[in-house]
Ligand binder design. Structure first.
Ligand SMILES: Cc1ncc(COP(=O)(O)O)c(C=O)c1O
Length: 390
């Protein structure tokens, strides 16, 4: 269970009289040599290796994620890249969900020839993924998959992985540690987040984090981060820490608004104004049962819906006043994006359609504006003269 008291306490510096309560931003790149420590990863001497502001954030994130260690990177993609370089052996077989973030898929595809990785995309449907695990050395999934918000049965996947000795990599970005902590599934799991989204939460900082339980993974990834030069920068660590302090409040509020919006949109589907709504909290969602079992504090703050055609997409986007047409998710501003042309444009057309990524699909990241204003903005934009084409 996510404990905000412990997370906030971990970010509080001062315990003695007169000490800082809020962590300073440590901008020094060099630090006075101390007695050599056994592990280079424990020393703070040079900014490309370690930084006190980053270490403080990593400790708090370890509590948030129920991890033994976390390592912060300058973007979510840097975190994913290091994870693949550090944990996956060249020549090995990777099994991944088809619904990965588009750039993660592009990265895996680029590496499949360079590192001779054998990458296979399976599921949803999740049986397809479960039945292929025995041949893989690593499995990569997202807790809530973008953009149709599919939720894989992570407990079953982790069990299969444990039985066949593979590592389960979970991109938990859409859930955040507030809604789900994949590391509770066992030692062989590694979790990553794009800090840029819910943890940062204000669309003003980029970052990524990888967290785990095995010490040897930590050492390998720390070394890769040092060599690639992809450590999170001190000001960004400060901003991420400030975001983390309010993660629980933002998630609670935004998931409640998202649930309300999803229900309103479902009514619009019944009235023939919307073709389909995707939200794991709706009974109509294919993973509703699995999601209800996993996500005890809400089903996330992203709602996707299909309005039938590209023409209606453009029309609706142009009529929005509160919600901003923009990429990304997880910030206080509600933003709407068009996955067919943005995050998933590189997928083959046949696969896009099989996954529900149609020309009419919109993805909305619900923010912190008044719930009434968000719902009314969508209703107003939908209420055009043009309805679904028969
Ligand atoms: C699920 C998911 N993982 C990873 C990333 C990459 O994160 P970043 O943009 O911080 O590199 C994104 C970005 O949109 C994402 O949506």
């Amino acid at each position: 269970m996510y404990n905000p008291t412990k997370v906030i306490a971990a970010l509080r510096m001062g315990r003695e009289e007169g000490e800082d309560i809020v962590s300073p931003i440590h901008v020094s790149v060099i630090y006075r040599f101390t007695k050599r420590l056994d592990k280079p990863s424990a020393e703070v001497k040079y900014g490309r290796e370690n930084n006190p502001s980053v270490i403080l954030l990593e400790r708090a994130l370890s509590i948030a994620e129920n991890a033994k260690w976390c390592l912060a990177f300058n973007t979510g993609m840097a975190a994913i890249n290091s994870l693949i370089m550090g944990v996956v052996e060249p020549g090995s077989k990777i099994l991944a969900s088809k619904l990965l973030y588009g750039s993660t898929r592009s990265l895996l595809d680029a590496y499949s020839s360079r590192l001779n990785l054998k990458v296979a995309y399976r599921g949803p449907p999740w049986d397809e993924l479960l039945s292929s695990i025995d041949q893989a050395s690593a499995v990569i999934v997202e807790t809530i998959g973008n953009p149709t918000l599919r939720v894989p049965p992570l407990r079953e996947i982790a069990k299969e992985c444990r039985n066949s000795g593979c590592t389960l990599i979970v991109d938990n970005t859409f859930a955040s540690p507030y809604l789900y902590q994949p590391l509770r599934l066992g030692e062989d799991v590694i979790v990553l987040e794009s800090i840029t989204k819910y943890i940062g939460g204000h669309n003003d900082v980029m970052g990524g984090v990888v967290c785990g339980l095995k010490e040897e993974d930590y050492e390998r990834l720390w070394d890769i981060r040092r060599l690639h030069g992809t450590i999170l920068q001190p000001l960004d660590a400060f901003l991420a820490a400030r975001g983390l302090k309010t993660l629980h409040l933002r998630m609670r509020h935004m998931t409640a608004t998202a649930a309300r919006l999803a229900e309103t949109l479902q009514q619009k589907q019944e009235e023939g104004i919307v073709a389909r709504v995707y939200y794991p909290g709706l009974r109509s969602h294919p993973d509703h049962t699995v999601a209800s079992d996993m996500l005890k504090h809400g089903y996330g703050a992203v709602v996707s819906f299909d309005v039938g055609s590209e023409r209606r997409v453009r029309e609706i986007m142009s009529r929005l006043n509160v919600i901003v047409p923009a990429p990304s998710l997880g910030g206080v501003e509600s933003v709407i994006s068009y996955p067919y042309e943005s995050s998933h444009r590189n997928l083959p057309e046949e696969e896009r359609l099989q996954l529900g990524i149609t020309e009419g699909l919109l993805r909305l990241s619900v923010g912190l504006e008044d719930p009434e204003d968000i719902v009314n903005d969508i209703l107003n934009a939908l209420n055009t003269k043009t309805r679904l084409e028969p």
